[in-house]
Design a protein around this ligand. Structure first.
Ligand SMILES: [Zn+2]
Length: 166
């Protein structure tokens, strides 16, 4: 993704109140490998149920706040992240809800989805197994997953914005 700055993040969040923005925490942007991610995703170090997703939709920067369910999914099962579609042990996936933008959000409406608990899908899809008959070309696989993540982020943010996806 193209690099973003803290002031840009502060102005792109579509579903946060001024009070939310005042207390949000930021990741270490100087140590971010921009070329190896579809979006910036991080959990808030001071408010441990909150997380943030920031990404480009064309030329527009969009950011979302999500809140993780307090309860963890049970161990011993597997779950799938709705963004990167990676199957993994259930405790590594959390149910998150995003407040909707604008009036809908003010009335308490949310959009829910299952996501990697650490919001690090970009890292996860790049931890590739050795090439095999089933996975003939790992870089093609990453490119395919990368496109999927960007599409699904746009769709998810459209739902938060109450924009009908065509
Ligand atoms: Zn994921």
């Amino acid at each position: 993704m193209r690099q973003v700055t803290t002031p840009e993040i502060l102005t792109c969040m579509i579903n946060m109140t001024p009070q939310d923005l005042q207390v949000m925490s930021f990741p270490g942007l100087h140590e971010t490998l921009w070329d190896e991610r579809e979006f910036l995703g991080w959990r808030d170090v001071h408010h441990n149920t909150k997380g943030y997703l920031v990404f480009w939709v064309g030329e527009e920067l969009r950011g979302l706040m999500v809140k993780a369910a307090e309860s963890q999914m049970p161990g011993g099962r597997s779950a799938i992240c709705a963004l990167c579609h990676t199957q993994q042990p259930a405790p590594q996936v959390s149910l998150f809800t995003a407040p909707k933008a604008g009036d809908e959000g003010a009335r308490g409406n949310t959009v829910g989805t299952y996501l990697c608990a650490d919001l690090a899908c970009s890292t996860l899809i790049r931890i590739t197994p050795a090439e095999s008959a089933e996975i003939p070309d790992a870089s093609d696989t990453i490119a395919h997953k990368s496109l999927g993540i960007r599409d699904r982020l746009e769709n998810f943010s459209n739902r938060v914005l109450s924009v009908d996806a065509s």
